[in-house]
Write a protein that binds this ligand. Structure first.
Ligand code: RIB
Ligand code: CA
Length: 341
């Protein structure tokens, strides 16, 4: 019998993570507990809407990091995304995290995501401010409250996760898994060698990849196969709801840059594919692999060096996406965005 208990609110008790964002059922098959960490960024926002709208997942909180735009904007955009999500985002707390990389100089991607990071008109304002607690502390507290149950879905530089892992060295053993949109088994997008999220904090990426945490990497080699072309943008707009309209507007801005820079028919759905990898891992093909992050300055700085053929004979530290069922992925995205207001 799936009893439904009142939504858990642990915030008042001062222990454990902030309230679960939907009624918690008593069935042992609880929705997967997830923390969303990213740098919205328009594709982060679409990924977060997809995740919030998916009943397989319970979002415990959102942690913003530097990346596509500066931290004040990514925090604001996290609040905007939660407001866009409506009821399913109403109880989800959000947190400010790192405002710069651990060591490297900061890089941003306003050319891709616009100066605001969410280039769309008529967006709602956040309905509440971010929590006072630092993102890394929230990640620590939540993973410790739910050992082996929390998935960290990271769609930006890995600075917040690296800080949490450095503050509590045993934390990686308590995380269910990290699913990261980042890196590539082939070339980069910000440099010929490096994908943006990896380049934006290579030292943080190295900390996470060497932490022993269970880790899946969704890199450019699959995300660039998932393009929001004009037909897909029209399908989102055709949903007739605000979420569909906003996604269509964001992806229209995005398409122009991708057409110009990469000759694609639209923007690559990088972060939404990483979200889909949490919701439906079967939509991608996975290969265990040793992945190292280049932190030496130079042409390969920030490169995810993927040992595709096991030539190093090093133990794999990640499962890397090497194939994707793009049509089924987009069908999932469309179906879930339709469920939002
Ligand atoms: O390289 C693509 C990644 O960099 C995406 O996560 C995008 O949002 C940017 O952060
Ligand atoms: Ca991102």
């Amino acid at each position: 019998m799936r009893g439904i208990v009142a939504e858990r609110s642990l915030r008042g008790s001062g222990v454990g993570p902030a309230p679960y964002n939907r009624a918690v059922n008593t069935d042992p098959q609880l929705p997967q507990k997830v923390i969303l960490d990213g740098d919205p960024g328009l594709d982060d926002a679409v990924a977060w809407l997809l995740t919030l709208a998916s009943p397989e997942v319970g979002v415990l909180g959102i942690t913003a990091t530097h990346g596509n735009v500066g931290l004040p904007l990514t925090v604001h955009n996290a609040g905007v995304t939660l407001a866009l999500a409506g009821e399913v985002g109403a109880a989800v707390p959000y947190f400010a995290g790192a405002d710069r990389p651990l060591v490297a100089d900061a890089v941003t991607a306003a050319a891709i995501h616009g100066d605001s990071g969410l280039p769309a008109a008529g967006l709602p304002q956040p309905t509440r401010p971010p929590e006072a607690e630092h993102a890394a502390d929230f990640i620590i507290r939540t993973v410790q409250a739910y050992p082996h149950e929390v998935t960290l879905l990271a769609t930006g530089p890995l600075t917040n996760l690296a800080l949490a892992f450095r503050l509590v060295p045993e934390l990686p053993q308590l995380v269910r898994e990290v699913v990261w949109m980042g890196g590539s088994t082939a070339g980069g997008n910000r440099t010929p060698a490096a994908e943006f999220n990896a380049l934006a904090d290579p030292h943080a990426a190295r900390i996470v990849f060497e932490s022993g945490v269970p880790l899946r990497m969704v890199g450019l080699n699959v995300t660039m196969q998932c393009v929001a072309d004009p037909e897909r943008i029209a399908a989102l707009r055709g949903l007739g709801n605000r979420a569909g309209e906003v996604c269509a507007e964001l992806l229209t801005f995005y398409a122009g840059v991708y057409r110009e820079r990469y000759g694609l028919s639209g923007g690559a759905l990088h972060d939404p594919l990483a979200a889909a990898a949490v919701i439906r891992p079967d939509l991608l093909d996975w290969q265990p692999m040793r992945v190292d992050i280049e932190i030496q300055e130079g042409l390969n700085f920030g490169r995810t060096v993927c040992d595709l053929h096991g030539v190093t004979e090093l133990v794999p530290n990640a499962r890397v996406a090497v194939g994707v069922r793009d049509e089924a992925f987009f069908a999932l995205l469309l179906e879930r965005i339709e469920a939002l207001p």
